[in-house]
Design a protein around this ligand. Structure first.
Ligand SMILES: [Zn+2]
Length: 811
């Protein structure tokens, strides 16, 4: 990925000068930090233009936002009734002590849906929705206890146990989502009915947690930090800021070890970002949503305290995130095991977890950094996330949702109407409903444009209300016309983000090309006295780009992905008669963008010609003439739009050459079945012929039995016709340090004999070792099915990279 801006590169000296000037202008030196290059980065502290001041009327977002309003938000509210979330709050209001349903964080989904609905009300008055929200808010208020405490799980299911398990039970997380919703509702309607509930609860929390003599503690799932900042800004009460600061600054004191009596030498708090003091984090780690909500709150706190250590940490962790741990689609968190991070550059495609909420959280964090520093590289991440990973989270009709967002599917991954853990659907809804809030910002004398959305905005610059009108067909075309419309001529800077993906941008003011534009930190700076009638024409060329990944991303070696403008593309099976797995795209194949106005709500596709690799048959052959490849038409669609047509396979990364042919042994002809597979186990990985390099390798397709632990499991090969075999070998998977798969306690091969499973007569031991093939030889059996039977170690799961069988040689 190219995050280094071409214009930035060209103007590095100019930038240095500008930074120097800015840092002098900001004078005191407090709050500056040294970047990797040693340059101080002053805190600009831009103010976002509220989404209520932004109108979006384009062909891209406007229809999606309308679908969000008329389909997704009502669907969210209906599902909260069906799934029992609202019922839990009613039970709490009735002081019931039985009947709670669902996970501990059920309340949070209600709050997020209310937040989305409130944003929608702010731009689309709707008396029926307004009344519905007031009804739900009345239930929430009735569920609040006299001292301000509010959580339906603890009120109904575990009364008397509140604040006893901050690590796992999400009370503070739910509170945070309530505060965000209440602030949104207050700002949308001017009513205080929800805000009063929120401040009463926040005051209760503030009476419990804080510096001694109050309690030490912080949430297992961060969220309340950034929410308290919003509550502080809405109410002006500094105690909410101080409490947010307390939660951020005390994190890393191993409170969860103490809470759960975990011996210090056995405590690894990284999943909760509780392993080291907050300022000592070197890299992004643990659960991805938790990490980015925490970093968002920490950025808010650092913006006020200007704590150099906290700012340095944010800078370090941001670099580690975007330079080593982010998908091309702007998503994060590759692993299902911890819903989060593993090791640098571990970005598998087929098993990418990339939770929708994590992409949203990354966008939220980067939006805060963009405001803090006024550097386009942060808004670049926001754009990448919004146009790709976030938007993929919801179907075109707004009624189905992705929780997990792989970059490759063999055809089994589809959106769901709802989830038992329903964090993602309302998170997408609130993001779309408040999208305009990511687009513009203001500083003392500048209006900053971060997203190019056709429509209008009204921003206050130099005390003047400045309307701005925008005409564009972005992201399909890179031409953007911006018209400032001040009531009287007004001097200010218009700062336009030059997207990191763009080379050769040009700009003209009133038809005059700006020959040597000033560029600062990725923003094109146009300073003048603006008058009605002025027009700025920005042109961002959008050729189809082939994107390569850093060579350390093993999954993408020898592969390229397609991107045009901010959109990442993918192939879907329904556009291709050949299996996607057999296609490759030579590096010089011609590609062109083509408008398809009737496809998927109107998209620009990428068309070209791919090659189909032949899969020769090698039985009893040592050499044969290599079969030539065949051409086949290729159609790529934007990644966000996949899984809206006939269900099938999908791929973002495409090989540039035919994959090396594999020796297809007897196992390749077998059908695979397993005793158990969760949704990210790929049993077909057992016989895909991909030679493992080590047990720790995470192959593209991995067969495992996680989260089953300590039990008996099996994988089975079934053949159409009987086979005669006398050996087998297994390459075990082991993700020590990342997950819960270890070598099994025991294994054996069984064969089907007249409807009965019998053990083979093994010659010698069943080898169990890491990083090698583990063979076994046995007396020949003739059968139609073999089983690899395992007993898992107590408290551990297991997985298999590859399982081969040995055919008896002919006499
Ligand atoms: Zn989620």
């Amino acid at each position: 990925m190219r995050y280094d801006h071409p214009q930035q590169r060209l103007n590095r000296n100019m930038k240095r000068l500008a930074l120097l000037t800015l840092s002098l202008a900001f004078g005191t030196g407090t709050g500056s930090l040294l970047g990797a290059s040693g340059e101080p980065a002053p805190l600009l502290k831009l103010r976002a233009v509220p989404f209520t001041q932004v109108e979006i009327n384009d062909s891209f977002w406007a229809p999606r936002r309308e679908t969000n309003r008329v389909a997704s938000i009502p669907v969210n509210l209906e599902n909260l009734v069906k799934s029992g979330n609202i019922r839990n709050l009613e039970l709490a209001a009735q002081k019931a002590t039985t009947g709670f349903t669902g996970p501990v964080f059920m309340d949070s989904d209600v709050y997020k849906a209310l937040e989305a609905a409130a944003y929608s009300l702010a731009t689309h008055p709707d008396p029926a929705l307004d009344r519905r929200l007031d009804e739900i808010i009345a239930t929430i208020a009735a569920a609040q206890q006299p001292d301000g405490y509010l959580n339906s799980y603890y009120t109904v299911k575990e009364p008397g146990r509140r604040w006893t398990n901050l690590r796992d039970n999400h009370e503070l997380y739910c509170a945070g989502h309530m505060f965000e919703a209440a602030v949104a509702h207050f700002q949308a309607t001017g009513k205080r009915n929800f805000l009063n509930v929120a401040t009463k609860f926040a005051d209760h929390i503030n009476s419990v947690f804080g510096p001694a003599p109050k309690r030490l503690g912080y949430p297992g799932h961060p969220e309340i930090e950034l929410a308290l900042i919003k509550l502080w800004r809405a109410t002006g009460e500094p105690r909410y800021f101080n409490l947010a600061r307390f939660f951020v600054e005390n994190r890393g004191k191993h409170f969860f070890a103490e809470e759960h009596k975990t011996p210090p030498d056995r405590y690894d708090g990284s999943y909760w970002q509780d392993d080291v003091p907050i300022c000592d984090h070197k890299n992004i780690k643990g659960h991805a949503v938790r990490a980015c909500y925490l970093l968002s709150g920490a950025t808010d706190v650092a913006a006020e305290t200007r704590d150099p250590a906290l700012l340095k940490m944010l800078h370090r962790v941001w670099r580690n995130t975007t330079e080593r741990n982010m998908y091309l689609t702007g998503g994060i968190g590759p692993s299902a095991h911890n819903e989060g991070f593993t090791v640098d550059y571990d970005l598998p495609n087929l098993t990418a977890y990339q939770e929708t909420c994590a992409t949203i959280a990354l966008a939220q964090w980067n939006h805060r950094l963009a405001l803090l520093y006024g550097d386009a590289k942060y808004a670049d991440v926001v754009e990448r996330a919004l146009y790709n990973g976030v938007l993929a989270g919801v179907s075109q009709d707004g009624t189905k949702f992705f929780y997990v967002n792989p970059l490759e599917s063999r055809g089994t991954h589809h959106r769901s109407p709802w989830f038992g853990c329903a964090c993602c659907p309302p998170n997408v809804a609130r993001t779309l409903a408040s999208l305009g809030g990511y687009a513009y910002a203001v500083s003392e004398d500048a209006l900053w444009v971060n997203l190019y959305l056709q429509g209008a905005a009204v921003a206050k610059v130099r005390g003047q209300e400045v309307p701005l009108s925008v005409t564009t067909d972005y992201p399909w075309e890179g031409k953007v016309a911006l018209r400032p419309l001040p009531a009287s001529p007004t001097k200010f800077e218009l700062r336009l983000r030059l997207p990191g993906w763009c080379e050769g941008a040009t700009v003209a003011v009133n038809k005059q090309k700006v020959a040597k534009p000033v560029i600062e930190r990725g923003y094109l700076v146009l300073a003048r006295t603006w008058r009605k009638g002025d027009v700025v024409e920005l042109n961002l060329p959008m050729p189809v780009e082939r994107m390569a990944a850093h060579p350390n991303v093993k999954d993408n070696l020898g592969q390229l992905a397609l991107q045009r403008g901010p959109l990442v593309y993918c192939l879907e099976a329904c556009d291709h008669p050949e299996p996607l797995a057999s296609l490759y795209l030579p590096a010089n194949a011609e590609l062109k963008a083509e408008k398809a106005k009737d496809l998927l709500g109107g998209v620009v596709t990428v068309k070209g010609s791919a090659e189909v690799a032949s899969e020769p048959e090698w039985t009893r052959k040592l050499y044969q003439a290599a079969a030539p490849s065949r051409h086949t038409p290729l159609t790529a669609i934007p990644y966000y739009a996949w899984d809206n047509r006939n269900p099938g396979a999908m791929k973002v990364w495409l090989p540039i050459a035919p994959p090396p042919p594999r020796a297809n042994g007897l196992e390749a002809q077998a059908k695979v079945t397993v005793s158990f597979a969760n949704n990210n186990s790929q049993p077909q990985g057992l016989n895909d012929g991909v030679e493992p390099k080590s047990s720790g390798d995470h192959p593209a397709a991995l067969c495992h039995w996680w989260p089953h632990k300590g039990r008996d499991e099996w994988a089975q090969y079934t053949w159409k016709n009987p086979v005669t075999v006398n050996g087998a070998k297994v390459y075990w998977f082991d993700d020590t340090g990342r997950g819960a798969c270890r070598l099994p306690a025991t294994w054996q091969i069984q064969y089907l004999d007249g409807g009965e499973w019998r053990s083979v007569a093994a010659k010698g031991e069943y080898v169990i070792a890491k990083d090698q093939w583990c063979p076994v030889n046995f007396d020949p059996v003739t059968t139609t099915a073999l089983r690899l039977s395992v007993t898992l170690q107590k408290d551990w799961a297991a997985g298999v990279q590859e399982w081969k069988v040995v055919e008896v040689e002919e006499e």
